[in-house]
Design a binder for this molecule. Structure first.
Ligand SMILES: *Cc1c(COP(=O)(O)O)cnc(C)c1O
Ligand code: SF4
Length: 456
């Protein structure tokens, strides 16, 4: 009883996470001013009106943004490794009064004026997904888990996609590896999983499970549930964050997913959805309806965010995101330190920022709704708790991790973005000899004689 006065009743973020945007917010966009609610809430309308190329985007931006910004976008698109794809829902959530700073604009629409040169240690398939693939589109890096890339399209294309080597159509910058839906490729992947009894957990990703037809969801679900060793399946989709309408109006898709979940439950196997929200404003009243529908059907939804500069790299925004996810029954699972991905150096943050934000998030809500902050190490070491580095030099921005259960005896390096470093450190990175000296010093400090796996 006497403890009642010990906590302040409100703090700046205490109820913000419950204030979800509702109403007809899309009508502020000239192109959608006359769109009725039943259309905007319909996934077929969303899909049909999705902006799928530079020409359409530029057309949509006229009247919405000043000509200088449109030119900046055109130039940004020409230099981007990802093709453009944005749903009307996302377009409507962007604050067009201040598009440069808007956290959704930042994720989906590049501005040339904001781009920064890539880090010198960057590679296109930074996570070695292709190197760890026994069959095309199946990555087997962790002994009991496999990552199945079912297809190569998504309902949107994120600028920062880790799989820009494969996802989306070719751009001026990148010719993609093909991971199309193919019965033969799928059959080889399922056969591989069946041949490795140690695989208990399969992530079905891409691309994006939203793009799979209902029959394909069931085909994949049935094949994997029928594999004796497989105990857990996750369908990965960004869809909930960019087109929640589909859950509500694509009954065939949602029913197919639910059937797989129910079938799994009957035989003691867990089937979950993993999604990808990065900013609280991506969670609206429509999202809440969609996640409520999934919750009602007993579908577990977890979230993986990417820590991004200008999107969610403050304690306030990240805490609101985490609490808002919990509010709509989506469990925050991971926050990734941004991988070294081509063309998005402006979005990366340092390990130091991740460590500091994590400190604020932990304690703000239920522990089971508190995400683990991880670095997905280049070179295939896999995900490591950001705090678990063997060595971290905040001056050079080099952190070094071990992954004894994934690739024992090796060291894995991660590099903070140069914009987070001091001017003198940036100068050292500009010099190739200094570069290898810095990396060598970090590896020596981390673990002496162990073999180093650099991402180059
Ligand atoms: C992330 C990932 C998984 C799943 O890992 P969890 O830590 O269980 O989420 C599996 N395989 C690969 C290659 C991955 O990158
Ligand atoms: S939805 Fe996922 S796979 Fe698709 S572009 Fe975005 S990050 Fe890449």
């Amino acid at each position: 009883m006497s403890a009642l006065a010990s906590l302040p009743l409100t703090s700046s973020t205490s109820s913000l996470h419950r204030e979800l945007r509702g109403g007809e917010f899309w009508r502020r966009i000239p192109a959608y001013a006359d769109v009725a609610e039943r259309d905007f809430r319909d996934h077929t309308w969303q899909a049909k009106n999705t902006i799928t190329n530079a020409t359409k985007l530029v057309a949509a931006l006229r009247g919405l943004a000043p000509p200088e910004l449109v030119a900046d976008v055109e130039e940004g698109l020409a230099r981007s490794p990802m093709s453009v794809r944005v749903t009307p829902y996302v377009m409507s959530l962007i604050d067009w009064e201040d598009p440069v700073a808007d956290p959704l604009r930042v994720q989906f629409i590049p501005l040339a004026s904001r781009l920064l040169p890539d880090h010198p240690e960057l590679a296109l398939d930074a996570l070695h997904e292709q190197a760890d693939s026994p069959v095309p589109g199946l990555t087997h890096r962790y002994s009991d888990k496999a990552l199945f890339l079912a297809l190569d399209t998504c309902p949107v294309y994120c600028r920062f996609c880790t799989r820009s080597y494969a996802v989306g159509v070719d751009t001026e910058q990148v010719e993609k590896v093909s991971l199309k839906v193919s019965n033969e490729r799928w059959a080889r992947a399922f056969a591989y999983v069946a041949s490795r009894p140690e695989i208990e957990d399969v992530v079905v990703s891409g691309g994006d499970a939203y793009q799979l037809r209902p029959a394909q969801i069931e085909e994949i679900g049935d094949a994997l549930l029928a594999t004796p060793g497989v105990r857990r399946i996750r369908f990965a989709t960004k869809g909930l964050a960019v087109m929640p309408q589909k859950i509500l109006t694509d009954a065939a898709w949602t029913d197919a997913l639910t059937r797989v979940v129910d079938k799994g439950r009957r035989i003691g196997k867990q089937v979950a959805v993993h999604t990808h929200f990065n900013h609280p404003s991506e969670i609206t009243a429509v999202t809440e309806e969609a996640t409520r529908a999934l919750f009602g059907r007993g579908v577990i939804v977890r979230n993986q965010s990417v820590l991004q500069r200008g999107v969610n790299d403050t304690p306030e925004v990240m805490t609101t995101l985490v609490k808002r996810l919990g509010h709509v029954n989506v469990q925050p699972y991971y926050v990734y330190v941004h991988d070294l991905v081509r063309g998005v150096e402006d979005l990366r943050t340092s390990v130091d920022v991740a460590v500091r934000i994590e400190k604020h998030v932990r304690g703000s809500t239920a522990g089971f709704n508190t995400p683990l902050f991880v670095v997905d190490t280049a070179g295939g070491g896999g995900k490591r708790d950001v705090h678990s580095y063997e060595h971290y030099d905040r001056e050079t921005g080099i952190s070094v991790y071990e992954a004894p259960s994934v690739k024992p005896g090796r060291l894995f390096t991660h590099f903070d973005p140069l914009h987070a470093l001091s001017a003198s450190a940036r100068q050292r990175w500009a010099d190739a000899r200094e570069r290898s000296a810095m990396i060598g010093a970090a590896l020596a400090a981390a673990g002496g004689g162990r073999r180093a796996e650099s991402c180059a």
